[in-house]
Design a protein around this ligand. Sequence first.
Ligand code: SAH
Length: 245
Amino acid sequence: MSEKSKIRIYVPQNLAPDLEIALPPEQSHYLCNVMRLENGKNIRCFNDKDGEFSALIVGANKKQTILRILSLERLPQKSPDIWLVFAPLKKDRTDFLIEKAVELGVNKIIPVFTRFGITDKIRSDRVKAQLVEAVEQCERFDVPALDEISDLSSLLKNWPQSRKLFFMDETRTGQPAVDAFNAYKNQPAALLIGPEGGFAPEEAALLRRLPFVCPVSLGPRILRAETAATAALAVWQAVAGDWKE
Ligand code: SAH
């Protein structure tokens, strides 16, 4: 039996055996110039509607690569219903956070601007490309949604009340993460991580007053935001997500 190709690309178009699909220039460039694949080579392609297929390169050139879809290898699987709300960090730390959030099965990412945040802008085209790359690498099917950045108060005003918002509270007075996630494990959830400067006292006070917010402690040490996001997601997956399946 032939070995599974290590190359796995996200193709949003409909996938089914015998279809031929023209890939856009960036993917063609990646396959032909970066990975140096030629006609007759096998790869894998996938999306979250149709699943993962083996595919054959039948037309390789720099501008457009044609794939012939072969057989279905895996049915798609959904990631758990967990959102991550985070305040954008410096570039390399945001990159890290995005990659790890995808690996840890986040379903939607919401950038938020808080009082001590460093920016109210996010390069969504760049982040979207990072999301797809991480999904391809970690064998997921679905690419997390990315919301526009919003400020904390409007985010909270429009919050879907039935979704628990776990507020990672650096004062460490919240419930221990395992207990908090366990208490609401059958409810849709979101994790809120502050910027390096933390939350302003009035932001923390506002959060604590809201009925859908649950303040959470991640232990006795102050974590960097990207560590807090990674740790919180891992604990949530273990307690309430798909690590038990
Ligand atoms: N500058 C702040 C720390 C901010 S850490 C201070 O010195 O107090 C960045 C974010 O990570 C915080 O806003 C919080 O959401 C999260 N975080 C870090 N350590 C945490 C902990 N022990 N418990 C809960 N959340 C934590």
